[in-house]
Design a protein around this ligand. Structure first.
Ligand code: MF3
Ligand code: CO
Length: 260
């Protein structure tokens, strides 16, 4: 079952995502050669709590931290620890927060210092994959139209599109129905309707699509050792298209009403 959210619920989902996006902005400023992933995690947890929210990942199925920090060939779910980020690394920072029982979930892959052009391109194209998925998340489209749009961005670059992990509905749990794959074909799955809230989260690899999970039970990395990027936003599907949550949904609704 895919839940349709009320205005009251959308307001809480917006708030939770706002905490997540503002925490990610803080982390972005702190990502610099020499910082450890554990230090980033401590900053994020303090910021989320300071804002009166709760970390969503901490304790989720036994997950031990606030952030997931996934470096270079790590795709998702890297556990913050003593690892020191160095110039030229890329780090995926995934963050979740809960406000009044409603979840927000977002991720950015960030450059540490100066990165090589190949990695810079991977970040840019994965970000574009997310934006293409968001543009396809509109009423009347089906779930797999999102994945088809995401995948179409990766294909011309020859990137591997990770198939073993998918986006998801977001609401009173971190992971709800439906699952949102990052590949097509288009035209399959549930019809998208206004009031649905979903996290879209493409993972693109410089090499092949295959991934494996480390013995820690969490860290997912590319099998061929190639670098990987992950971008994620939680979005609300509204009558005229998807709205990224956490960026002032109500303000933007008001101004588009004035504009039209
Ligand atoms: N954004 C990731 C996801 O949607 C977060 C994983 S949370 C963890 O799956 F707690 F499982 F690490
Ligand atoms: Co997610």
């Amino acid at each position: 079952m895919i839940t349709i959210r009320s205005e009251r619920e959308l307001a809480l989902l917006e708030e939770a995502s706002q905490v997540v996006l503002e925490t990610l902005e803080l982390i972005e400023k702190a990502v610099t050669p020499g910082v450890t992933t554990e230090e980033l995690d401590r900053l994020a947890e303090a910021e989320i709590r300071r804002r009166g929210a709760k970390p969503a990942f901490l304790g989720y199925r036994g997950y031990p931290k606030t952030l997931c920090t996934s470096v270079n060939d790590e795709v998702v779910h890297g556990i913050p620890g003593k690892r020191i980020l160095k110039n030229g690394d890329i780090v995926g920072v995934d963050c979740g927060a809960v406000v009044g029982g409603y979840f927000g979930d977002a991720s950015r892959t960030l450059a540490v210092g100066t990165i090589d052009p190949e990695k810079a391109k991977l970040l840019e194209v994965t970000r574009r994959g997310l934006d293409a998925g968001i543009a396809a998340a509109r009423p009347g489209n089906r779930v797999s139209d999102i994945g088809a749009a995401v995948e179409a961005v990766a294909i011309p670059h020859g990137y591997g599109v990770v198939r073993d992990f998918v986006g998801h509905g977001v609401g009173t749990a971190l992971h709800e129905e439906p699952q949102i794959p990052n590949y097509g074909p288009a035209g399959r799955g549930s019809l998208l309707r206004a009031g649905m809230v979903i996290a879209i989260e493409p993972m693109f690899n410089l090499g092949r699509a295959e991934v494996s999970t480390d013995k820690d039970g969490w860290t997912v990395r590319t099998r061929d050792g190639s670098a990987s990027a992950h971008f994620e936003n939680t979005v609300a599907i509204e009558a005229d298209g998807a709205v990224v949550l956490g960026m002032g949904r109500l303000l933007r609704r008001a101004s588009s009403a004035v504009a039209s």
